[in-house]
Design a protein around this ligand. Structure first.
Ligand code: HEM
Length: 452
């Protein structure tokens, strides 16, 4: 099997219609079927047409490439065949232009290099201090409520954390306006209407972006000389080894994108984790014991102990396997490619499916069972294909915030579990919406019972 662009150069150009698949209904294609039940639809397509198949969703043809080998082929992208910018543009270009994921190849590498400075150990310790300071208040407020819906609660806490940790502002002062602007942008990015018709989500999103651009731009001169430990300040001062830095416009574009990339993903992961810990009480107890054994002072997490929580880390990874917040990753071919015996034309949208890979029985026996030990050495983590688990993607565009994500989730767990028992309603199960991002359909009702 050849997976190279070069091998096809002497042939007539590839044709999309030669790839097995279907275009569905006129105009809508397979969009409605797919949105109704993405998993059943996806499995049926794989069953009928195989692991490389053509479909038509969101008004365009797309070739789905399924499985760990396909993930590796697309994400490692040895031949520079796939554009992330053109893949994501349809969803993100208007509201999150020039974010890191919307840059390609050499330009992307150069920007990622500069941004890397904001994710080194020194800056990360500063973010951790801010998380440690802000999280207890949020969790105490949950404790006082007792019974509440976890999804909106974690979303609110994450928004407030984003104000302090990302932007370095007081959530009680400017926070409300910023939260509205940013949430309007995210809602617009995932809405069906793609033009800013007055009154539409997109119009609100565009207004939100304008507000954020003005707000951030005004703060940049002060932040370039500040010693504040927030991410925005770090980005204003980020510099790579060759002395390259970001312009004001680049800082604004990257900051807005970073906020978006971090927000709903962490919220989604924590929702799955809390749900599974509610259902798997033995695991909840294991994590509580592991955290108590760290001997934290007022539950405050020192940076050095973040790596001393293997069971918590396995549980986070298993939650990300079961419900990967970003269910699929799009790219566009910039030249003809061949994969699995199929030739895919230049300019084709392709998509790899994280959720199909993570729920495949071939790689993950009993995939619906929460079993964090799959990520332990004895659970076979080293023997598995390295692209069988890709919640943070892989290759050049692999999530730059993954350590930040683990850090925030661990700090929340470390402050929540020693104080409270997570209890789900009797006999309760929920369903998770898959597209555009994983989230519990019913808000996830829970009760926190204080532990004496
Ligand atoms: C559990 C939480 C998170 C998940 C599941 C997640 C997932 C992802 C995925 C799948 C991608 C790559 C998409 C692609 O290859 O096209 C990505 C990229 C990215 N993520 Fe995350 N993310 C999370 C948290 C964060 C956080 C906390 C930050 C920032 C602090 C962040 C910042 C970014 C950025 C900047 C990119 C673009 C990287 C690039 O293109 O080079 N993410 N993330």
């Amino acid at each position: 099997m050849t997976n190279t662009a070069e091998a096809t150069e002497h042939l007539a150009p590839a044709r999309l219609k030669d790839i097995p698949g279907e275009s569905g209904l006129p105009f809508f294609g397979n969009t409605l079927k797919m949105l109704k039940d993405p998993e059943t639809y996806g499995n049926a397509m794989i069953e009928k047409y195989g692991k490389v198949h053509r479909s038509n969703v969101f008004f365009r043809d797309v070739v789905n490439l399924i499985g760990p080998e396909a993930n590796e082929f697309v994400l490692m992208d040895k031949g520079k065949n796939f554009s992330s910018e053109k893949g994501w543009a349809a969803y993100l270009e208007r509201l999150f232009p020039r974010g890191l994921m919307l840059l390609d190849f050499d330009e992307h590498r150069a920007h990622r290099h500069v941004m890397g400075a904001a994710f080194k150990t020194g800056p990360m310790k500063g973010y951790l201090e801010r998380l440690n300071a802000a999280i207890p208040e949020g969790i105490d407020a949950w404790g006082e409520k007792g019974s509440f819906e976890f999804y909106p609660a974690i979303k609110e806490l994450s928004l407030n954390l984003a104000s302090t940790v990302f932007l370095g502002i007081d959530p009680k002062a400017e926070g409300a306006q910023i939260n509205k602007a940013l949430t309007d942008m995210v809602s617009a990015a995932v809405g069906l209407v793609r033009v800013p018709i007055p009154g539409s989500l997109m119009a609100k999103g565009v207004k939100g972006r304008k507000f954020m651009v003005n707000f951030l731009t005004k703060l940049i001169p002060e932040r370039r000389n500040s010693d504040s430990s927030d991410l925005f300040t770090r980005l204003c001062q980020a510099e790579d080894e060759e002395g390259n830095t970001f312009t004001d416009q680049e800082i604004v574009d990257h900051m807005i994108f970073l906020w978006m990339a971090a927000h709903d993903t962490i919220t989604s992961s924590l929702s799955t984790l809390v749900y599974e810990l509610g259902r798997n009480r033995d695991w909840q107890e294991k994590l509580r014991t592991e955290i108590k054994e760290l001997g934290l002072n007022h539950e405050e997490m020192p940076y050095e102990l973040l790596n001393k929580m293997p069971l918590t880390e396995y549980a986070i990874k298993e939650a990300l396997r079961m419900n990967p917040p970003v269910p699929a990753t799009p790219r566009m071919t910039v030249r003809e490619v061949e994969f699995g015996g199929h030739r895919i034309p230049k300019g084709t949208m392709v998509s790899i499916s994280t959720v199909a890979t993570h729920r495949s029985e071939e790689t993950w026996p009993d995939p619906k069972t929460f079993d964090p030990m799959r990520f332990s050495p004895e659970g076979g983590v080293r023997e598995r294909h390295r692209f069988a688990w890709i919640p943070f993607s892989g290759g050049a565009h692999m999530c730059i915030g993954l350590h930040f994500a683990y850090m925030q989730i661990k700090v929340i767990m470390a402050q929540l579990l020693p104080k409270y028992d997570i209890v789900l309603p009797e006999g309760y199960t929920t369903e998770f919406q898959i597209i555009p991002l994983f989230k519990p359909k019913d808000g996830l009702p829970i009760t926190l019972k204080a532990i004496d």
